[in-house]
Design a protein around this ligand. Structure first.
Ligand code: PLP
Length: 427
């Protein structure tokens, strides 16, 4: 798709101005498009000509950013969505319907878990959740005849599990179904799931990809290698779609069948498109992704090392530490780092954790993670506050767990802030 390396693609891929065009990607602030003939418009409606029809389906600004993200991940097509949640929903619903089954890693973002376990169950889809570190025999035993896809996170939020992707690709492919990977935390800078055999990638672009906490968004990327025609498991891709005059996606769009259907069918019907203005903001974020992500990782490693050596700290979880159970796996799959998020417990439990957070000056208490500014969250007193201590432990969030998203400020300032807050929290 592109001869350039990933750093160049962050800056240059996507928008290709012609003679006299604006140098910077313009915002196509238009819901609709002009045609010289009704015949041309009819062809667009039949998907027999390429072009924009209505911004609910595609838009020139979004299209340029989609091309950039496809290049970063090494996929054949990308679809921007209004949020990461919309991308996760579409990634499964594009190929898995009422009466069918999706197997998931249990180490998932809480919002994704709710989407699957509540809302999509109500739509009639079955889900099973399994420890991502379970032996492959245990994972294989959970596939059923009606399993249509597998959904995992490369580095999970907030538990920071590093996925053994080779094991999961093997499990999915030996059952003839695609592996969908949420790659939000590492981003394509640290990890490219398609290079390891994954089939579909999703992102919450609201995190590192935007990087400045200004634009909510998501993205769905088609790796273009999965054979949808094998075993007739995916008739939605291999038999005529009557809502587009009998288009057969695998015949007309080849490698991009899945991605094209996600746009022309699901985006048309669900309407969860990213706005052109948010796509413009996301593109500016992407132009520096290759500079920011390494800095996040470098700062996070320094913070993790500092915490590990401090006797006011009960435990630290960060895959870049040699003491982490994910160290070897992270070195194999993500040698340049996993992400900038560190989790840890302060001695003194829930009470000390709250005092620590309230004493921070540079790090801000927010719900968000993964942007330029250092931020912090204590799930037990906020997002998970309705749970008892026992329930918290059961869902992998210990009462003292602090999720610390290390920003790109001067790391000495971040550590000094942690130090003074620990002083107040533990004396
Ligand atoms: C935040 C997040 C999501 C959801 O994305 P939104 O843009 O908030 O809808 C999905 N997956 C992961 C790993 C996330 O961190």
């Amino acid at each position: 798709m592109s001869d350039f390396r990933i750093e160049t693609n962050c800056v240059q891929a996507g928008y290709k101005p012609k003679n006299g065009d604006p140098r910077v990607l313009p915002i196509a602030q238009s819901t609709t498009y002009f045609y010289e003939s009704s015949e041309h418009m009819a062809k667009l409606f039949d998907l027999s000509a390429a072009g924009h029809l209505y911004t609910r389906i595609s838009n020139p600004t979004c299209e340029a950013v989609e091309a950039k993200i496809a290049a970063l991940e090494g996929g054949v097509a990308a679809v921007l969505t209004s949020s990461g949640q919309a991308a996760s929903l579409m990634s499964v619903f594009n190929i898995c319907h009422a009466g069918q089954h999706c197997l998931c890693s249990a180490a998932l973002y809480g919002g994704t878990f709710n989407l699957f376990d509540k809302t999509m169950r109500e739509m009639g889809i079955e889900f099973d959740f399994v420890d991502p570190d379970a032996p492959i025999e245990e994972i294989n035993a959970l596939f059923k005849d009606n399993t249509r896809c597998v959904f995992v996170e490369s580095v999970s939020n907030p538990s920071l599990t590093v996925l053994d992707i080779e094991k999961w690709v093997d499990a999915a492919h030996s059952h003839g179904v695609p592996l969908i990977v949420d790659n939000t935390f590492p981003t394509a800078i640290n990890f490219r799931p398609f290079d390891w055999g994954a089939d579909i990638v999703v992102h919450s672009t609201s995190k590192y990809m935007d990087g400045h906490a200004v634009a909510l968004g998501g993205c769905l990327i088609d790796g273009g290698k999965f054979d949808w025609t094998k075993d007739n498991k995916y008739p939605e891709l291999t038999t005529p779609d009557e809502s587009y005059h009998g288009v057969i996606y695998t015949e007309q769009f080849g490698a991009a069948a899945y991605g094209t259907k996600a746009r022309t069918h699901l985006m048309r019907d669900l309407g969860s498109m990213m706005s052109p203005e948010n796509a413009f903001l996301l593109n500016i974020g992407l132009e520096t992704l290759h500079l920011r992500v390494p800095r996040h990782c470098e700062n996070a490693l320094a913070v993790a090392r500092y915490l590990e050596a401090d006797d006011r700290i009960e435990w630290v979880n960060f895959a870049g530490l040699e003491s982490s159970k994910y160290y070897e796996r992270a070195q194999k799959y993500m040698p340049n780092g996993t992400c900038g998020v560190v989790s840890f417990g302060v001695k003194g439990g829930r009470e000390a954790a709250t005092k620590f957070m309230d004493s921070l000056k540079l790090a801000a208490i927010v719900t968000h993670v993964a942007d330029a500014r250092t931020c912090v969250l204590h799930p037990a007193s906020t997002t998970h506050r309705q749970l008892s201590d026992a329930d918290l432990v059961a869902c992998g969030v210990s009462p003292d767990l602090i999720r610390f998203s290390v920003g790109i400020e001067n790391v000495e300032d971040i550590i000094a802030d942690i130090d003074q807050a620990l002083e107040k929290a533990t004396k």
